[in-house]
Design a protein around this ligand. Structure first.
Ligand code: P6P
Length: 337
């Protein structure tokens, strides 16, 4: 495996393989540096005065943590001057952030959940940053934040890059530019990300599932059936004992699956049927689905491939079932039965 840094990997993808442009290379490097800054802020915890509520709500109506707001500002400030972006969109902002006229505009759209899993911040459990990159359509109307939303409404198959940083015992950056999935570990001493895993492959089978069981009474029949069969273990139709994990931080649960397989489910349930689901399509489901598929896994809503959903609004929510191919195919099959 080529030992090297993020800069070397991106240079090889751009210069040697022509997979990405110089601007996309620059964009990803900028985002990685923002993730380093977020990692440092998180690491300070109480000592940095960054824990607790910010005293405001986000567009989702959720109380914002101080670190949610800080992480969002770090990503906006890091990216708006570079000349590589046409606009940005965030879970923490109702409307897109258009590039101030004092800076040149670029060809890319950056979407992010600046700090996913923030309910875990104050209890010191892993959280993360999720990002997705699209190309801005030719002639898009970016004259105002309201007008700019339309430019983002592209299916997940249009992504040119996606990744997440997971702020755990170590800070990792997991990335795809459409050429497989690679993992970088933050070397805090030298201040850069070092390539520590390339060609990530999710095992097609697993004995581990992730779901919030407290919602069981709200699930649809196919999910009830599938989870019940896993709970029956070797005595049941699946013929094996399963283990369960639920970190309640999508980045942490997905990273476990990227590392050793598993199936993650936040399915549609009667409690939130009118909202369309819990997780957001554009900056949670789509980037994670791109990464999972690039690592040989599958990602559906239970009824359709996530990456093929045509979005109709920026903060749209969708059901998410992703991970080990044979397990995701099974429960997706139950939805079709
Ligand atoms: P619940 C975090 O708020 C998040 O958006 C995902 O990171 C996580 O998978 C999910 O919500 C947890 O939801 O209902 O278990 O708290």
């Amino acid at each position: 495996m080529a030992q090297g840094t993020l800069a070397r990997y991106l240079t090889e993808e751009q210069r040697d393989k022509g997979v990405i442009t110089a601007d996309l290379k620059f964009l990803i490097e900028i985002v990685s540096r923002a993730c380093q800054a977020i990692s440092i802020a998180i690491g300070k915890g109480s000592l940095g005065g960054v824990l607790g509520e910010a005293g405001s709500d986000n567009v989702q109506g959720e109380a914002q943590k101080k670190l949610d707001v800080l992480s969002n500002e770090i990503l906006l400030d890091a990216n708006e001057w570079g000349g590589h972006l046409a606009a940005m969109a965030s879970e923490e902002m109702d409307l897109p952030h258009t590039i101030p006229h004092r800076y040149p505009q670029g060809e890319y759209l950056l979407l992010f959940d600046p700090l996913d899993g923030s309910s875990n911040i104050d209890v010191n459990v892993s959280i993360g940053t999720i990002f997705s990159v699209l190309k801005c359509p030719e002639g898009a109307d970016l004259s105002s934040p309201e007008a700019a939303e339309a430019a983002f409404l592209q299916p997940g198959t249009a992504q040119v890059a996606a990744g997440y940083a997971v702020y755990g015992p170590t800070t990792l950056l997991v990335l795809t530019v459409g050429d497989g999935v690679v993992v970088f570990t933050l070397d805090r001493e030298h201040g850069h990300f070092v390539l520590t895993q390339d060609n990530v492959q999710i095992p097609a089978d697993t004995k581990e599932f992730a779901i919030n069981l407290s919602n069981q009474r709200f699930w649809e029949a196919p999910v009830q059936r599938y989870v019940a069969e896993m709970q029956q273990g070797t005595a049941g139709p699946l013929g094996k004992d399963y283990n369960m994990r639920w970190v309640a931080s999508m980045v942490a649960d997905v990273h476990r699956i990227m590392t050793r397989g598993g199936i993650f489910m936040y399915p549609l349930d009667s409690k939130m049927k009118d909202k369309g689901g819990k997780l957001r399509l554009m900056y949670e489901a789509n980037p994670m689905a791109f990464l999972v598929e690039q690592a040989g896994g599958t990602a559906t809503t239970g009824r359709q491939r996530i990456l093929e959903i045509m979005p109709n609004q920026l903060h749209q929510r969708v059901p998410v079932i992703l991970g080990s191919k044979n397990e995701v195919d099974r429960i997706t099959g139950y939805h079709a039965a």
